[in-house]
Design a protein around this ligand. Structure first.
Ligand SMILES: Cc1cc2nc3c(=O)[nH]c(=O)nc-3n(C[C@H](O)[C@H](O)[C@H](O)COP(=O)(O)O)c2cc1C
Length: 343
C-alpha cells in the first residue's frame, strides 16, 4: 500500500513517504543529512520560535536564524515555525520563505507548558479560530506549500482532529501530520492510529501518521491498517538512524535487513561527528553528538561503557582517533568493541 501512491505536497513527490520528524536540538543539519543518506524521504528543521526570529539582533549570535540553515543535499525539507500570534507567524513565514525550503510547517502540536500554555503549539488546539487565523496569515505570507503538524486533541475528552483537518484543508493547508496522542499524553501512553482512517475519509490532503513507529514491521502495519500517506519518525530515528533504509527495504521486499555491524556503526558515528563539527564548531559539535552515541552503539556489547567514554571527550582529535580505531580495526567485532571500551 505504501508503495502504491506517493506523498505529494506541492512539488515534493516522494515514495513511500518516510519522514524524519522535527525534533528540537536533534533535527539539525548533521542529523538531517545522515537520515537523508539512510533513506529518509523528507526532513524538517526543529521548530523555530516566530517571536525569537523577529527579535533577533542582527549583530548577536543569531540562534534562531541559524536554525533555518540547510543545504541542498537535505531537500526535500520543511522549515517548522511556531507561535501564538498570527502577526509574528506571518512575519516569521516571510523570513523563513526567503530560504526557499520546500514547505513551511506550522507546529500545532508541541505539548511543553511554556509553549502550549502560551497559546502556541498544541495550545492552538484549544482555540481553533486562532489556529485558523495563524494558518491564514502564514498562507498569505508565502508562495510555498503550508503544512501543519498537530495532535489528536488537547485531551481525550476534546478530540476534534477530524474537524481540525477539514478546517485546515479549507484554509489551503497542503498536508497534515498527526502525532496520534493528545496534548495531555505528552510522549507517553498509547498512540491511537484509529483516527487516521477517519481523517482520511474526511479530507483529500495527504495525512502523515506520527507516533511510535519503531520498526519496519510497525511502519508496514501503520501504512496497511490506516491508509496514511506517509509516516513520520522521531525518537526511533535517534535510537537507530538505519531505520529508514530498513523500513524501505521491508516495504519493497518483505524482508528484514541485518543489523548494522559494529564497523558500520562506528563509521556512521564518525561521519556524523565530522558533519557536526563542520556545522557547529568543535565545542557545540561535540556536545550535540552526546545524544547520539547511545543510538550508534545500541546493542553492541559494552555499549553503555563506550557511550560513557565517548561523552567524556572534550576535544575532537582524541575522539576522532577513538572512533577511527573502532571503525578501521580489521578485527572490529562486538567483542573487540566491548573489550576496547572497557580497557
Ligand atoms: C527531543 C524531541 C524534540 C522534539 N521537538 C519537536 C519539534 O521541534 N517540533 C515538533 O513538531 N515536534 C517535536 N517533537 C515531537 C516529535 O516530532 C514527534 O511528534 C514525537 O516524538 C512522536 O513521534 P515518535 O514516537 O516517532 O518519537 C520532539 C520530540 C522529541 C523527542
Amino acid at each position: 500500500m505504501a508503495l502504491d501512491h506517493p506523498l505529494q505536497i506541492g512539488a515534493v513527490c516522494v515514495r513511500p513517504g518516510l519522514l524524519l520528524a522535527p525534533m528540537e536540538d536533534v533535527s539539525e543539519h548533521p542529523f538531517r543529512l545522515v537520515c537523508r543518506q539512510l533513506g529518509a524521504d523528507m526532513v524538517y528543521t526543529e521548530f523555530v520560535n516566530a517571536e525569537g526570529l523577529l527579535r533577533e539582533d542582527p549583530d548577536g549570535p543569531r540562534r534562531s536564524s541559524h536554525k533555518l540553515d540547510f543545504t541542498a543535499a537535505e531537500r526535500p525539507l520543511g522549515i517548522q515555525i511556531y507561535g501564538a500570534s498570527e502577526l509574528s507567524m506571518e512575519e516569521a513565514t516571510r523570513i523563513a520563505s526567503e530560504r526557499e525550503p520546500d514547505l513551511i510547517d506550522i507546529n500545532c502540536g508541541c505539548w511543553v507548558s511554556n509553549v502550549a500554555l502560551r497559546g502556541a503549539g498544541a495550545g492552538l488546539l484549544r482555540d481553533l479560530p486562532q489556529m485558523r487565523q495563524v494558518v491564514r496569515r502564514v498562507r498569505a505570507a508565502t508562495h510555498l506549500p503550508v503544512t501543519v503538524k498537530t495532535r489528536l486533541g488537547w485531551d481525550a475528552a476534546s478530540i476534534q482532529i477530524v474537524e481540525v483537518a477539514k478546517m485546515l484543508q479549507d484554509e489551503g493547508v497542503q498536508a497534515l501530520a498527526v502525532h496520534c496522542r493528545t496534548r495531555a499524553q505528552g510522549h507517553k501512553g498509547d498512540v491511537d492510529y484509529s483516527w487516521i482512517p477517519r481523517i482520511k475519509a474526511a479530507v483529500e490532503i495527504p495525512v502523515i501518521l506520527n507516533g511510535d513507529i519503531i520498526s519496519p514491521q510497525s511502519a508496514r502495519a501503520a501504512f496497511d491498517s490506516t491508509g496514511c500517506d506517509a509516516v513520520m519518525i522521531g525518537r526511533a530515528a535517534i535510537r537507530h538512524p538505519w531505520l529508514f533504509r530498513e523500513i524501505r527495504h521491508h516495504l519493497e521486499t518483505g524482508e528484514l535487513l541485518d543489523e548494522p555491524t559494529p564497523l558500520e556503526r562506528a563509521e556512521l558515528c564518525l561521519h556524523h561527528l565530522q558533519l557536526s563539527i563542520e556545522h557547529s564548531g568543535e565545542r557545540y559539535g561535540l556536545i550535540s553528538m552526546r545524544r547520539h552515541y547511545a543510538g550508534y552503539f545500541r546493542g553492541v556489547r559494552g555499549a553503555a561503557q563506550l557511550r560513557g567514554e565517548l561523552c567524556q571527550f572534550r576535544e575532537l582529535a582524541p575522539l576522532e582517533a577513538r572512533l577511527r580505531q573502532l571503525a578501521t580495526r580489521p578485527d572490529t567485532s562486538e567483542a573487540a568493541v566491548a573489550v576496547t571500551a572497557i580497557s
